[in-house]
Design a protein. Sequence first.
Length: 159
Amino acid sequence: MPLYECVLIARNDATQQQVELIADQIATLAEGDGGSVKKREYWGLRGLAYRIKKNRKGHYMLLGLDASPATVVEMERQLGLNEDILRFLTVRVAAIEEGQSAILQRRSDERERGFRGPKPPGRFESGRRRGFDEREEFRARDDFEGRPGLDETRIGTGE
């Protein structure tokens, strides 16, 4: 039988158990027709690139299937009827990869990095908050007034 990978996105309102139940229904459908689910990964609740049916986040699930084309057509029909499923994509593949997918590998790499130390101050911020009188224009005026030999009355009159 041909091999397929199916990624589905469930609504944010659905729980992880409900997403697992949908995956169980797909597995039962595949096993009923002589196929099987070779790989099953829950990628978690992730942000969507754009709003889909008023949702900004969704539960992602990857399924690696060994099933007949008729089973895949029926699976896609049922996923299309399910209100909890926002999107799904089924692709025929030559082989289902063993081990974790790239999404889960990247997530585990992020966890291994750990704490890198305190965040350095920004490009224009020294890390402390300035008060009203510490703005640059006030500091420049104070420096100008403090110079010896300049008469403040001459400056204001334009002489």
